[in-house]
Design a protein around this ligand. Structure first.
Ligand SMILES: [Zn+2]
Length: 182
């Protein structure tokens, strides 16, 4: 657990003007209720809880580029798609967005940073929710060594890839299993 997270630090505004915040070099730190994010809450067995927000709005040195970056964290209660039991999912996102007014273009590419068109005030919870939804795993599952289904079927390790072989990011890959061996 990171100790730098503050449980509640000030009052977060409902709507923000990101470019104006970036001109001032503002920080937004605090919590938002999960209930303010219906699409995210829908995916949680318990639709309540807090979403931790830590965002810095900045103007990049010497340039007319506005950015917002920081860290977001939420705890969700979801269903493990392997054993179908409830599990805690710690959802984290580290957004890095370039803020543009509509019609504006970047003069040069900024790596693969995402772009947020922000020419009018927008909902802070909507922005946070969008970023967390991007971080949400398609198929939430327990860690391999914590999943009841896994424990009961430890001998079928080689068959596990049949169930979750999609996407090449299977937590059951031989490598990650070896690393987790205690
Ligand atoms: Zn499970």
């Amino acid at each position: 657990m990171a100790s730098s997270w503050k449980e509640s630090h000030g009052h977060l505004p409902g709507t923000i003007d990101p470019i104006q915040l970036a001109e001032r070099g503002a920080y937004l730190t605090g919590t938002l209720p999960l209930q303010s994010m219906p699409r995210l809450a829908q995916g949680s067995l318990e639709g309540s809880g807090d979403v931790m927000v830590d965002l810095a709005f900045e103007r990049q040195e010497g340039e007319k580029i506005f950015i917002v970056h920081g860290a977001l964290r939420a705890h969700l209660r979801v269903t493990c798609q392997r054993c179908l039991e409830a599990m805690d999912l710690e959802l984290k996102a580290a957004p890095w967005l370039i803020l543009l007014k509509s019609g504006e273009r970047l003069e040069r590419q900024e790596g693969d940073a995402d772009i947020l068109v922000a020419d009018k005030p927008l909902s802070l919870s909507g922005l946070v929710e969008d970023e967390l939804l991007l971080a949400l795993p398609m198929v939430p599952m327990h860690e391999p060594d914590r999943c009841p289904a896994r424990v009961h079927a430890a001998s079928v390790a080689s068959a596990a890839s049949d169930h979750v072989g999609r996407g090449g990011k299977s937590p059951f890959s031989v490598l990650s299993r070896l690393k987790k061996t205690k």
